[in-house]
Design a protein around this ligand. Sequence first.
Ligand code: 5GP
Ligand code: ZN
Length: 121
Amino acid sequence: MDCIFCKIVNGDIPSYTIYEDDIVKVFLDIEPMSPGHTLIIPKKHYNNLEDIDMDTLNHINKIAKEIYTLLKEKLNIDGMSIVQNNGCVQDVLHYHMHIKPYYNENKGMSVEEVFNILKNE
Ligand code: 5GP
Ligand code: ZN
């Protein structure tokens, strides 16, 4: 299947991956809305919210909670929105959850800089 996120899961396309397990891969959005803009995707291909099963969704939510804590601790984000697009507003047709950070003061950081901060234990 010609799916860009399946290729990221397989490692055919590189990504700034900040977490992964058997079920999900978590990586930085290539065109971030703000520093730390993160995508959580299931490793298995589901098109959208209609297709995905509850166990996988529950796991994604658990990971979203952990990523929120990580971004608060490492990037000092002031707010965060979860966005998950479907239908005419969905560009990549592999289910993904956006974690979109907000800052009281604008921060200019490249995706690579953010990655290095997040990966620094
Ligand atoms: P949506 O489908 O919810 O509209 O958004 C798709 C998101 O995937 C966009 O924010 C876009 O920047 C991101 N994206 C598209 N292609 C790639 C890619 O190859 N790598 C990464 N890291 N993000 C991507
Ligand atoms: Zn896919």
